[in-house]
Write a protein that binds this ligand. Structure first.
Ligand SMILES: Cc1ncc(COP(=O)(O)O)c(C=O)c1O
Length: 366
């Protein structure tokens, strides 16, 4: 029986998407690959709900975040970094590494960012140039209200850089309607493609900022990528096998229809939240209104070491789930439900958790 891979990415890929990646190589500057580049770019624009350029990078999600910072932020720029968990912290660290003067808004883990607090921080320091924020915080299973946050940020005429690595293509991200300047996602979550590609949308305002941005950059330089894309190319050799897979995965997503894809994720997430309560666990997310539709972070019953639970699930139940990160290690576990996923995958995982908890001596409701 295949492993029930329920970490929040990399996620399982459809067999034909994996097989597409096994196609023979071709000229990465020839007509066939050019078609793939143009086709995937146009389809990505549909998924991002944008007319903006989308830079396609051979790198992981973190590379996409670094590219966003390197192309928009200059040393000494003031940046408001909103963090609600481990990935918000990472975006903050990247800004710091590039010499930005960071004001960090640290929201307690398990909570969503409050747009009013962001407005206050922007009022307090008009010199802030950009705001970084995570859409879906994978470490805590909390989804920020990016529509409202972007309204505040754009209302203050600042740039908004969004980490949508574990949301885009699963949870609506309306890049143009919400006026998001830079939106980063990656191949190995909702796109049902192996790890190795990052996609970054760049608004007109972000291109203006890019012209003036002074951080050193080469491999990730947006302008070089945009110029190459006009010819259906990337400036450097791309992860071609991943593009073959992406081409088919986008076809599948758009055939299912994005509204149906979002509805499938919402319904599986709702079902998951209900089921985990029925086995004596609780949601880590403080307010169910912000509970993620791609990953559920779960408090185990009192006295249960979740790292041990994760180990039992792997060794005895053929089920691989996410551990708690940083301070949450041993305290929570996470079930991923994004991409190529059905309700049965989650039902099976939850039954496995129930059996494992019983083995560990937890009081599990009958
Ligand atoms: C919200 C979020 N941001 C960034 C990343 C980093 O992506 P990668 O591991 O592909 O570098 C992840 C990966 O789990 C993520 O979930």
């Amino acid at each position: 029986m295949p492993v029930n891979l329920r970490i929040p990415g990399p996620t399982p890929c459809p067999e034909d998407v994996l097989q597409a990646g096994a196609k023979p190589m071709m000229n990465h500057r020839g007509p066939e690959f050019r078609d793939i580049m143009f086709r995937t770019h146009t389809r990505l624009q549909t998924v991002f709900q944008t007319k903006n350029d989308i830079i396609m990078l051979t790198t992981s999600g973190t590379g996409g975040l670094e590219a966003a910072v390197a192309n928009i932020v200059s040393p000494g720029d003031r940046v408001l970094c909103v963090s609600i968990g481990a990935f918000g912290d990472r975006f903050t660290q990247i800004c710091e590494a590039y010499g930005a003067k960071v004001t960090k808004m640290q929201v307690p883990w398990g909570h969503a960012a409050n747009p009013d607090e962001i407005a206050k921080a922007l009022d307090a320091d008009p010199s802030i140039k950009a705001v970084t924020v995570t859409h879906n915080e994978t470490s805590t299973g909390v989804t920020n209200d990016i529509a409202s946050i972007a309204k505040v940020v754009k209302g203050h005429d600042k740039l908004i850089l969004v980490d949508a690595v574990s949301s885009l293509s699963c949870i609506p991200v309306l890049v143009d309607a919400w006026q998001c300047d830079v939106v980063v996602t990656a191949s190995q979550k909702g796109f049902m493609v192996p790890p190795g590609l990052a996609f970054v949308s760049v608004s007109a305002a972000a291109w203006e900022a890019n012209k003036a941005a002074k951080s050193p950059r080469f491999y990730f330089d947006f302008k070089r990528h945009k110029d190459s894309l006009a010819r259906g190319e990337t400036p450097w050799t791309p992860g071609m096998s991943l593009f073959f897979s992406l081409d088919l995965a986008l076809d599948k997503l758009l055939k299912e229809g994005m509204e149906n894809v979002y509805a499938r994720h919402a319904s599986i997430a709702k079902h998951t939240r209900k089921q985990i309560k029925s086995i004596g666990c609780t949601l880590f997310c403080a307010d169910p209104k912000f509970a993620s539709n791609t990953v559920t972070a779960i408090n185990a019953p009192a006295g249960i070491d979740t790292n041990k639970l994760v180990e039992i699930l792997r060794k005895e139940e053929n089920t691989v789930v996410g551990e708690g990160q940083a301070a949450l290690s041993g305290k929570i576990f996470r079930l991923g439900h994004m991409g190529y996923v059905t309700q049965k995958d989650l039902d099976d995982a939850i039954q496995a958790v129930k059996r494992a908890l019983a083995k560990m001596g937890a009081q599990v409701p009958a």
